[in-house]
Write a protein that binds this ligand. Structure first.
Ligand code: ADP
Length: 495
């Protein structure tokens, strides 16, 4: 149980102006450039962030390259790297509440979620990859006896990681864990509106024994600092979680520079499909509400399209409304809040534009739809449900990344599959049914990287997460994540 007094103390602490982390040292950006860091809780300015220039990013990359080449981390015995990463995970756990509260002040996620999905999840991820370090073996090829074919796994070198603002610690750790475990150097670019907890995470990494230069953090604007990482001739692999338009730019940057490998996780329009034979409509409705509205819908795998079989549509909508109304929107550092603040004024405006467009396109506004708690100075929005949404409308086809659910009904299993697969995305899906055969048929038929059955959300670090179609490529989590951060090298030896 979280201690409200402790949370109150932590939220009252002033946040010092933040600098770049390059070569193990806090450094100002070129010309002392800074940008304001605004809290979505009440609109107050928390502190300033260093605003990295392209030259600053190049310095960070050079530092990472130097560290990689001289072997201070890449050449360390795996067991020694493992010890550092375990110490890091311990420090993250020991400072979990501090990290979580700092992150919430910056990005607005409700604290009950942030403590688990951010701080403890990051610690678990670092630990998972720490434990894997000395269990990775190369291969011997099944050749004839005149040769020996060896397959070496080598770290790629310098990894650029550009991460978003919805779950900075969790997603940051998904990239940092496997990249660093293999011995790579990383230059991390946090999102403008969620940098504070990642800077602190990196600081804890150095306290744990990460050598200087192995993990550099460059804060600042995506279009400047992120772009510089993308266009660098000296970044070997670029990993990204964020929006489709930025993902496309990263591919262009790669083509315009050194053809660095680019791995993209680009969100989705994930269908949550409820069949009439679901065991418990009430439970399905409760989980469906959580699956779209937690963290104000700012979840890449959010179940943002609800497909419900027509004979239970009325009953399901009734249960869904009841559970949604029970979710309290409010100050994300109050333990009673189920839904916190929308990350930024810009994101809130985007959500409200989607609402207006859906109304204009003829969807039925069932619940919510408005900004609330304006007096707080922060950015809050009612959980919003649209019924009878046209599957071809913008609301059914485009990712809102906000607390807006599109409900459409269907008659048959085939129709459900066609609707579910009828967007350019393919990140996640949910299926609610008592029929085991149908569940397995649906898992096979759905084009999505993760299919939940009789639940929604919750897969841990042991399983891969990656998208089909325009949801991206490559995988975070699990041992499969290592593939992004290593090269295969063949040795062909005549005997
Ligand atoms: P959102 O639209 O939800 O804010 P983005 O995809 O814009 O998501 O942001 C994800 C990350 O991409 C952030 O760290 C942001 O700074 C970065 N970013 C934004 N624009 C660019 C760009 N042109 N090049 C590289 N990175 C960028």
């Amino acid at each position: 149980m979280l201690d409200p007094q402790k949370i109150a103390q932590l939220r009252a602490q002033p946040v010092a102006p933040q600098q770049l982390l390059i070569d193990g040292a806090a450094q100002p950006a070129e010309g002392g450039a800074v940008m304001e860091c605004q809290s979505p809780i009440d609109g107050s300015v928390l502190t300033t962030l260093a605003r990295a220039s392209a030259a600053d990013v190049d310095r960070a990359i050079a530092s990472g390259r130097m560290a990689f080449e001289d072997g201070r981390w890449s050449g360390m015995p795996p067991a020694a790297r493992k010890a550092v990463m375990h110490r890091w995970a311990n420090l993250v756990e020991a400072n979990a509440l501090e990290l979580a509260v700092l992150g919430v002040r910056d990005n607005g996620t409700e604290i009950n979620m942030a403590i688990k999905a951010e701080a403890f999840s990051a610690a678990a991820t670092l630990r998972y990859y720490a434990e894997s370090i000395d269990k990775l073996y190369g291969e011997i090829a099944p050749t004839d006896a005149s040769v020996l074919g060896l397959v070496h796994h080598e770290p790629v070198g310098v990894v650029g990681a550009i991460v978003p603002w919805n779950f900075p610690l969790m997603i940051g750790a998904w990239k940092l864990g496997p990249a660093l475990a293999l011995g790579n150097s990383v230059v991390l670019k946090p999102a403008e509106t969620a940098s504070l907890s990642l800077l602190r995470l990196a600081e804890l990494g150095h306290e744990a024994g990460l050598p200087p230069g192995v993990l550099n953090v460059v804060t600042g604007q995506g279009a400047v600092a992120g772009r510089a990482l993308g266009l660098s001739m000296d970044v070997d692999v670029l990993v990204f979680t964020g929006s489709g338009p930025v993902g496309r730019k990263l591919l262009e940057y790669s083509a315009a520079s050194n053809l660095k490998r680019v791995y993209l996780e680009l969100g989705g329009k994930s269908p949550n499909i409820v069949f009439a034979d679901t065991a418990d409509i009430d439970q399905a409705a409760q989980v469906a509400a959580g699956g779209i509205f937690r963290n104000s819908g700012q979840v890449c795998v959010a179940g943002s399209r609800l497909l419900v079989q027509s004979q239970i549509k009325e009953a399901f909508l009734e249960a869904l409304s009841r559970h949604t109304k029970a979710m309290q929107v409010g100050d994300p550092l109050e333990l009673s809040s189920h839904i916190g603040a929308v990350n930024s004024a810009r994101q809130l405006q985007q959500n409200l534009r989607f609402v207006d467009q859906a109304v204009a396109e003829g969807a039925k506004l069932w619940l919510g739809g408005k900004q609330i708690l304006q007096d707080s100075g922060g950015f809050y929005m009612e959980p919003t449900i649209f019924a009878d949404v046209d599957p071809q409308s913008a609301l059914a086809q485009q990712e809102v990344f906000g607390p807006v659910l599109a409900v459409t009904s269907f008659e048959t299993e085939d129709e459900a599959i066609a609707l579910a697969n009828g967007t350019p995305y393919g990140l996640a899906a949910g299926v609610w049914t008592r029929d085991l055969s149908r569940a397995h048929r649906m898992v096979r038929a759905l084009r999505a990287g993760v299919v939940h059955v009789n639940t929604y959300g919750g897969p841990d670090v042991t399983v891969p997460l990656g998208g089909f179609g325009q949801s991206g490529n490559g995988h975070d989590k699990s041992l499969h994540a290592f593939d992004k951060y290593r090269n295969l090298k063949t040795a062909w030896i005549a005997l």
